[in-house]
Design a protein around this ligand. Structure first.
Ligand code: FAD
Ligand code: NAP
Length: 469
């Protein structure tokens, strides 16, 4: 088959410099490249990415109404524009190239391909219509090609989000924000059109544990509480006794709990305005099964009522009681976390579902093959904000630098040149940084026509066409 290469940028033909391959162009990959190029005198870094476009969850996870978070893209762009860094998009580890190939042609391989799937609840009727993974909803409103055709019916008035993390709050905010505010963001046009027709009036946020164990953070809750045309409705009984212990909590938890208690007491003093949408956090409830109609569409959720056991507050476990209740709703989001996938058979996962590693080192068992490292969500698990991912990527990159500095002379390895010639035999074009810059320019131009920062291209085929034009 004929392989098409689009204007790749070759840094050097010197074969005795360390060649590093990073798999995954998300924050972990870029921060690691930043560290490696800063602390190694000579190095050639190739970043291989499954999609034709870079930035991982910065582009496809971070909510459209959080543009300030996406500013890290400017730093990553500077990293990619260095002459000794190459971006090779539209190449998938496991499908187009294998880890064993990369190990043969590089001196070090760093895996940073993230956590691509969502965890499921494993309960009855979870596959019924209008039960949506938060991960896919996020991908849908952010323009991830694989999620652009997500089927979601927003014609009912009541919806529930299962889970109380920051992803759950992102989903809630996108559903409850007035459409005129969303229009100013880079949310995709298809999502905007569907959300404009939404009839959702009340949105439950269901937690299996209590207010002291919520996984969302204060900034995100504050934002939710301030949404215009939206009121937060708490169940006061969920907060019994908390006023007495709030001062003894560690600081971040204390401030978050104080904010919730303040909002609970404000809610007591206000009446509900029928024109507002309602945000309804509820606690101590585990989804037991989804209730479905004859068309296998969700009608409600049976929730088991829980008690908490254990002394250390954040580690308290929920224990089911014999009580249950029904939450009637016509749409549910499962937002209980992401999960890593095994992209290549040579990758060994540990019992926590992460790539088994010791301080980022995965495999060190060969004199001739490259040492393998892991960083970011693939190594730490799908928790933590960009700052945590940066810290981890820097740590692992430092280990890599120390290892590479200890090698007195580098064997001759040809890096991507050999990968391209020997293994990439499909008709799939490689998209390099210049290709991404064309897509970027096109998206920003399309955005201008709609008074938005950008209108994302949601089809891989179209991305490729723009990049090769
Ligand atoms: P990712 O960002 O997932 O990057 C992995 C990259 O690898 C992707 O580009 C992917 O396409 C690529 N890849 C996957 N499989 C392959 C393969 N087989 N071959 C080649 N490449 C592959 N943090 C904040 O600080 N602020 C926020 O507002 C914020 N919002 C978030 C919203 C959501 C919905 C989520 C899920 C997370 C959010 N985070 C936020 C957390 C932040 O996104 C993560 O900390 C960070 O993205 C993890 O980086 P990573 O590089 O490990 O993974
Ligand atoms: P998360 O923070 O781990 O939250 C998962 C939620 O799901 C928790 O409330 C958890 O409750 C619940 N849960 C897990 N398993 C469950 C089950 N079987 N049944 C019922 N509930 C269950 O995950 P996330 O929301 O996907 O976020 C991932 C990471 O991205 C987090 O670190 C987050 O801070 C970050 N992020 C940050 C931002 C931001 O900064 N704005 C935005 C989005 C995401 P338990 O506590 O009881 O397990």
């Amino acid at each position: 088959m004929n392989f098409i290469k689009i204007c790749t940028r070759n840094f050097t033909s010197n074969q005795n410099i360390p060649r590093v391959c990073i798999v995954g162009a998300g924050p972990a990959g870029f921060y690691a490249a930043m560290h490696l190029t800063k602390y190694l005198k000579t190095v050639n870094v190739d970043i291989i990415e499954k999609l034709p476009v870079p930035f991982g969850l910065i582009r496809y996870g971070v909510a459209p109404d959080h543009p300030e978070v996406k500013n890290v893209i400017n730093q990553f762009t500077k990293v990619a524009q260095q002459p000794n860094v190459n971006f090779y998009g539209n190449i998938s580890l496991g499908k187009d190239v294998k880890i064993s190939d990369l190990r043969q042609h590089y001196h070090a391989v760093l895996l940073t391909y993230g956590a691509e799937e969502d965890r499921s609840l494993g309960i009855e009727n979870e596959d019924a219509a209008n039960i949506v993974a938060a991960r896919r909803f996020v991908g849908w409103y952010n323009g991830l090609p694989s999620d652009k055709d997500l089927k979601i019916d927003l014609s009912g008035t009541t919806a529930a989000i299962l889970g109380q993390g920051n992803v759950a709050l992102d989903v809630a905010r996108i559903l409850l924000t007035p459409i005129d505010e969303l229009k100013k963001t880079d949310i995709t046009e298809h999502a905007l059109n569907t959300l404009a027709e939404s009839k959702i009036k009340e949105l439950y946020l269901v937690g299996r544990r209590g207010p002291l164990q919520v996984a969302f953070t204060i900034k995100e809750l504050r934002e939710q509480l301030k949404l215009s045309n939206c009121q937060t409705v708490w169940r006061k009984t969920d907060f019994e006794g908390l006023g007495n212990i709030v001062n003894d909590l560690p600081r971040p938890r204390k401030r978050l709990t104080e904010l919730m208690l303040k909002s609970v007491s404000e809610f007591e003093d206000t009446s509900i305005n029928d024109n507002n949408k309602l945000f309804k956090p509820i606690f101590f409830r585990t989804p037991n099964k989804f209730l479905v109609n004859n068309d296998r569409k969700i009608m409600g959720i049976e929730l088991t009522c829980n008690e908490l056991q254990g002394t250390k507050l954040e580690e308290q476990k929920c224990v089911p009681t014999s009580n249950s209740e029904i939450l009637n709703c016509s749409l549910a989001f499962r937002s209980i976390g992401y999960k890593c996938v095994k992209a290549d058979n040579d990758i060994i996962f540990n019992s926590k579902g992460l790539v088994a590693n010791n301080k980022g080192v995965v495999d060190n068992n060969s004199d001739t093959l490259a040492k393998v490292y892991v960083a970011g969500w693939l190594g730490t698990g799908p928790v933590g904000v960009i700052l945590h991912t940066m810290g981890n990527a820097f740590q692992v990159a430092k280990v890599m630098c120390d290892d590479l500095k200890n090698i007195s002379s580098f064997s001759s390895k040809s890096g991507f040149e050999e990968i391209e010639n020997t293994y990439l035999k499909s008709n799939n074009p490689i998209i390099n940084w210049e290709g991404w810059e064309k897509i970027d320019k096109y998206e920003v131009e399309q955005g201008k026509l709609r008074n938005k920062p950008r209108e994302k291209v949601c089809s891989i085929e179209k991305m490729i066409n723009i990049a090769v034009s």
